[in-house]
Design a protein around this ligand. Sequence first.
Ligand SMILES: *Cc1c(COP(=O)(O)O)cnc(C)c1O
Length: 471
Amino acid sequence: MSDSGSASAAAGASSSNSASSKTSAMAKAFQHLDLDGHDLPPSPAPSSPRSGRRYALATELVFTEGSDQYNASSVPIYQSATFKQTSATGGVSNEYDYTRSGNPTRTHLERHLAKIMRAQRALVVSSGMGALDVITRLLRPGNEVVTGDDLYGGTNRLLKYLSTHGGIIVHHVDTTDPSKVKEVLTPKTAMVLLETPTNPLIKIVDIPTIASLAHNANPTCLVSVDNTMLSPLLQNPLDLGADIVYESGTKYLSGHHDLMAGVLAINDPKIGEKLFFTINASGCGLSPFDSWLLMRGVKTLKVRMDTQQANAMLIARFLESTGFKVRYPGLKSHPQYELHNSMARGAGAVLSFETGDVALSERIVESAKLWAISVSFGCVNSLISMPCRMSHASIDEKTRRERGVPEDLIRLCVGIEDGDDLLDDLRRALVQAGAMNVSLDGIHAANPTLDIQHPPEGEHLAAKAAAINEP
Ligand SMILES: *Cc1c(COP(=O)(O)O)cnc(C)c1O
C-alpha cells in the first residue's frame, strides 16, 4: 500500500465490488515490479480500461461506469485526505488510505482518460509541467535528451534547469527534420521529447519516423510526446510509436481555463509504475476537486473542439485570402500539410500569422474586442497574443531570432463563439490598426506578408462557405 510504509500489500486485492476478480488479476499483473531497487508501492486501482466494447470517441468521452454505492451520475468528490482502515496492521484492507497515494475521484478520472487516450494507464497530476517533471525524473545524470528548438517555454525552462543542475545533456535540434534528430541520437539518448504542432510556429514533427530512429539508436529510449496542442480527440501519439504521452489538462481537456492539470498516459505498465512512484513520492497527484472539474470538462471535448476547428479554418482562410502569411496545418499551403494529416484527425484551433510590423501587430492585438489578450489556449473563448511579447518572452531575443520566431507574429487561439462574429471582430481590428486597404474590390493586407498573389476577389467568401462544412 501507499503511505503507511507497508510494502507488502497488493493493490486492490480485497476489492469487494463485482470487478474483484478482474482487480485481483490486475494486482497480480502489477505485482513485484521492483525496478531499479525501488520497493514500489502498487498504485490503487491500476485498472486497464480495455475491457468490454469500445465505442466511438464521442461516446467514450461521455460514457462512464463507476462503482459508486449510490450510482451517482456524476462522480462524487472524495474530499478526504485519509481513508479509515479496517485492520490494525495496515494490510490490504482498503484500496485507498491516503490521498497523495490515491483517491477514488482521481482514479475515476484516470480510468476515463486512459480510455480516451487509448492507453493502458493514465495518471493525473497538478499541471502540465508537473507531468513533464514526473517524466524527466526517469532520467539520471549523464543521460541525453533530444528535443526540439521551438518548444513550449515552460518545457525549455525545466530542461535548462535539468541540464545545469541535474547533469542531463539536452540537445535542441530542429525536430521537423528527422535527419537532424538522427545526427544527435546515440545509445546514450535516454529520452526524445517531441511537441507537434509546435507553438507558435506551428511546425509539424514526424512522430513515427523519429520514434523508430530513437528506438534503433537505443531500444530503451523513451519517446515522450507533448500532445497538448491537439488533445486525444485529434491525435494519439501512443499509436504512432511514442512510449509516453503527456498533456496539459489546463488546455483543451478541461476547456474552460478554470483549473490546472497534467495528464500522462502509457501502455507499458512498468513505465506506469515508475511514473506513479514519483507522483506518490513527490505528492503532485491532482486534487479531488480538480479531478472532478477535469472529468466534467473532458466530456465536452468533442463538441468544443469541433466548433473551435471550424472557426479556426474560417479565420485561417480569411487571413490567407487577404494576403497574410498564415501558419495552420488545416491550410493546404502549410508545408507539412500531408505529414500532419497522416498523423492527426484534425488541425486543431491554434494558428499564427505575420503582419510584417511589430507595432502594427501590437495595434491589431489591442484593437480586438472579442479576442481576449491572454496567454494559453484551449479555452471556450477566443484569445489573441503576441508570443514574443508574452508566452515566449522568457526566451531571449537572440534565441528567438535563431529559431526563426518572427517578432511580429500574432497567435490566435480560436474559441466556440459564432464564427462570423469572430471574423467581423478580427476584420475590424485589422482595419482599425491600419493593416488593411479597403477598396472597391474588397479588403486586403496593406503590406502582404504572403509571397503569393492575392487570390481572386470573392475567394474568401467561398472559403468561408467551405469552412463551415469542414470538420
Ligand atoms: C500549457 C502547456 C504546457 C504546460 O502545461 P501547464 O498546465 O500550464 O503546466 C506544456 N506544453 C504545452 C504545449 C502547453 O501548451
